[in-house]
Design a protein around this ligand. Structure first.
Ligand code: NAP
Length: 245
């Protein structure tokens, strides 16, 4: 099955590292696609650009709402958007501080709202049949120790996405989520490198392993593409069966 993004302008947030970087690198290999990678730090974006010179880089802090709106407005129209940037702050519920909780919500939830609003307004104005994929997590639906802010933020992403699917569907804009289990990127290693912690999690995954970055990339690109033209408002687990048990 060939997926084509020919003629599309695609924005990926958190494109500098991890899953977002691989999404950008895969898209950059597709013919006639214009890829925009948005991230906070210039270092990761510069190294991405060195690997894939056709990728356009957008360095901006998603927690700065005005700067983000300006940066995204400058690259419109966007036909497809992947809200992938995310942060985790691990602390027990009793120890979690408000500042850390806010920081997680700034990037994981409010940036999804902010970027999507700018992109979707233009899609509606220009009658673009758009697609938005939000990178959520299995943690949106299953409680994880020390992940209060992260789990709550991903639960919010799932429901924000469903309301977006409801309201943007009539404009021919689809909005979906992918919900991966642990993927051993930098963020994944932060929480799951310790075998004592990883073991019980692995035991709850029927396939008995964590997800590869490419397995998340494939699902994102499918939902982003016209091959998923009747799929709207879903939360797709990429979890080896974790949520089924
Ligand atoms: P990662 O390797 O830590 O990369 C996160 C990316 O987000 C980086 O490019 C980072 O930019 C960017 N970012 C963070 N804060 C930002 C901000 N304020 N402004 C702009 N960019 C910002 O993470 P990952 O593992 O690839 O995760 C990607 C997504 O998958 C996240 O939404 C995460 O919640 C979700 N997810 C991950 C896992 C996992 O186990 N890894 C599992 C389920 C879901 P810089 O490079 O500039 O720092």
């Amino acid at each position: 099955m060939d997926i084509s993004f020919s003629g599309k302008r695609i924005l990926v947030t958190g494109g500098g590292r991890g899953i977002g970087r691989e999404i950008c690198l895969t898209l950059a290999k597709c013919p006639q696609v214009t890829v925009f990678a948005l991230s906070q730090g210039k270092t990761h974006l510069d190294s991405l650009k060195a690997l894939a010179p056709s990728v356009n880089i957008v360095p901006v802090d998603l927690a700065d709402h005005e700067a983000t709106r300006k940066a995204v407005a400058a690259i419109l129209p966007i036909h497809a958007l992947v809200n992938n940037a995310g942060v985790a702050h691990l602390a027990s519920f009793l120890d979690m501080e408000m500042d850390a909780f806010d920081k997680v919500f700034e990037v994981n939830v409010k940036a999804v709202f902010n970027v999507s609003q700018v992109v979707a307004k233009c899609m509606v104005e220009q009658k673009i049949a758009g697609s938005i994929v939000n990178v959520s997590s299995q943690a949106s639906q299953a409680a994880l120790q020390d992940h209060a802010a992260y789990c709550a933020s991903k639960g919010a992403v799932d429901m924000l996405s469903k309301v977006m699917a409801l309201e943007l569907g009539p404009h021919n804009i689809r909005v979906n989520c992918v919900n991966p289990t642990v993927v051993l990127t930098e963020m994944g290693r932060l929480g799951w490198s310790d075998p004592v912690k990883a073991g019980p999690m692995l035991a709850k995954i029927p396939l008995g392993r964590f997800a590869e970055v490419s397995e998340v990339v494939n699902a994102v690109l499918f939902l982003l593409s016209d091959k998923a033209s009747m799929i709207n408002g879903i939360t797709l687990p990429i979890d080896g069966g974790f949520l089924a048990t």
